[in-house]
Write a protein that binds this ligand. Structure first.
Ligand SMILES: O=P(O)(O)OC[C@H](O)CO
Length: 511
């Protein structure tokens, strides 16, 4: 279906509605006047972080999924210790699960001894129930309340590769930003910090007056999601609807929901050049396998899928129409969209988006395209033909490529296979026999395990139910207790400013 162009008289209204939809979906306003610089890989991000921390005079606030006990982790810890000793306020919020090795060892002791404040996000507890699945997945560093780093990189040497073994560094993307958006970053950090203890004192909550040289011209939003707000999912879906020419996605752990897959497929069917770049050999192997089960329907709809040739691509970026770009921590999966605290910068700036688009094209030169092979329409891997990627328009469909591949064997979706067998959702090609056999045998093995070792399933389920039930009962008891306490206190005189909404809420809760 060709995309119609709006009449000139309607363009202002449409622009206004688009801006409204973007702001409401993201839950974040567009803020102009920023400086935003793209930083690639550990080779650009890590020295920029270290340099900024080394020159900090006022404060260093860090919110980080992984703070690893390794060479780079030690370098950062020692640098932070040195700044804390020099009187800089250092606050580090790390995720308990992501940083458990550092947390359980004596890694942070020198930093604490130097006067820094440290908090672990969501450590395991008997009352956490299923909320323990929600992690603080942000990668945020705020220096002197005015220079901000947002990225997909954590504090870990994993991103530096293993030169001694010839392993290249991980591919990843971050930004350094200065300007009015620093206030939003500070607020995002303060919110996470307060979720784990007492809030930051008021004096630290606003940036100092901005020097003239910190102002720029980039309009951007800082999208700081918390569990269940789904703002980034809403925005990702909206961008898939808004893209008119190109939508180029890079993702480390792609496991799109059917809603998102449908959005990508619809965009591709509308003639949008949709490309997805994911790792071939992921550090979390099973996620790459699940990603592959989603290729086939995407490919059939015209989405182009590429696998990174290097050890790992960990970036989480999107660029649409060479005008809109997002960089940050959100992976295209349910864990990021619904369960975690995530942080992304969505930029509405042609120059910056074009730079990110150019980088995407360079990345494709180090990737292999997965295509459907001819009549058999079986996903196979093929090296990209570089010329294909340097225009914005979709090249014509490539001819059949023969030969089996690892990706091909794993490309039938489990859900799809069940749909085919149980509901007859689509016709099946003979080339899919081996994939169907693998899925069927795996399910039969699971059935056998459950039949002969039921505790394998019942044990973890029982544990989760006990945790969740216990947490909910504890919460209910707490509520009853506080209600009893309130009833025993004499009522306070009413303030005229108390609004009706609040009264309604209270009476509903009391019921
Ligand atoms: O969860 P991510 O996207 O920060 O990735 C972290 C990886 O698990 C590092 O091994």
């Amino acid at each position: 279906m060709p995309i119609p162009s709006p009449a000139p008289s309607n363009q202002d209204l449409i622009r206004h509605l688009a801006e409204q939809a973007l702001s409401r979906s993201a839950g974040a306003p567009l803020v102009g006047g920023n400086q935003v610089e793209l930083l690639y890989d550990s080779v650009e991000n890590f020295p920029a972080w270290e340099q900024a921390i080394a020159s900090s005079q006022d404060s260093v606030f860090i919110e980080m999924y992984i703070f690893a006990n390794d060479a780079f982790g030690l370098r950062m810890r020692d640098l932070l210790t040195e700044r804390a000793l020099a009187g800089v306020k250092v606050c580090v919020l790390y995720d308990w699960l992501g940083s458990w090795k550092a947390h359980l060892g004596s890694f942070f002791k020198p930093l604490l001894a130097a006067g820094a404040e440290l908090r672990a996000y969501n450590p395991p507890s008997l009352t956490s129930g299923l909320s323990m699945l929600g992690r603080n997945h942000r990668k945020l560093i705020v220096i002197d309340r005015r220079t901000v780093f947002v990225s997909g990189l954590c504090i870990s040497s994993s991103w530096e590769g293993r030169p001694e073994r010839g392993l290249a560094p991980w591919r990843d993307t971050g930004v350094k930003l200065c300007g009015p958006l620093a206030a939003d970053a500070l607020a995002a950090f303060a919110d996470s910090w307060a979720s784990c203890g007492s809030p930051l004192p008021e004096a630290w909550l606003s940036p100092p007056p901005e020097p003239e040289e910190a102002r720029g011209s980039v309009a951007a939003r800082l999208i700081a999601t918390t569990p269940a707000t789904a703002q980034m999912m809403r925005l990702d879906l909206l961008i898939a609807c808004f893209a008119r020419r190109t939508l180029w996605l890079t993702d480390a752990y792609f496991m799109g929901t059917s809603m998102y897959l449908t959005a990508l497929k619809q965009a591709a069917r509308d003639g949008v050049d949709v490309r997805l770049l994911v790792p071939r050999s992921s550090d979390i192997g099973w996620i790459a396998t699940v990603s592959r089960t989603q290729y086939r329907p995407l490919l059939e709809a015209g989405v182009r899928v590429f696998e990174w040739d290097g050890p790992m691509i960990h970036a989480k970026t999107a660029v649409a129409d060479g005008r809109w770009a997002r960089i940050g921590s959100t992976n295209l999966n349910l864990s990021s969209w619904l369960a975690n605290r995530e942080l992304d910068v969505a930029v509405e700036d042609q120059a910056l988006a074009e730079k990110l688009a150019q980088q995407f094209l360079l990345d494709l030169d180090h990737s292999t395209e997965v295509i459907l092979a001819g009549q058999r329409r079986r996903p196979t891997l093929t090296k990209p033909r570089p010329k294909d990627y340097h225009g914005l328009l979709l090249p014509p469909r490539t001819a059949a490529i023969s030969g089996a591949s690892a990706a091909a064997r794993q490309a039938a979706r489990i859900g799809d296979a069940l749909g085919v067998v149980v509901r007859g959702t689509r016709t099946v090609d003979a080339s899919e026999a081996s994939a169907f056999l693998t899925i069927g045998v795996a399910l039969l093995i699971c059935a056998g395990l459950i039949a002969f070792f039921p505790w394998l399933v019942a044990g973890p389920l029982l544990f989760l139910l006990l945790l969740s039930g216990g947490a909910i009962v504890a919460k209910a008891c707490g509520l009853y207790w506080s209600r009893r306490g309130k009833k025993q206190q004499p009522p306070l005189p009413r303030q005229p400013s108390q609004d009706a909404d609040k009264d309604n809420q209270n009476s509903q809760l009391d019921d």
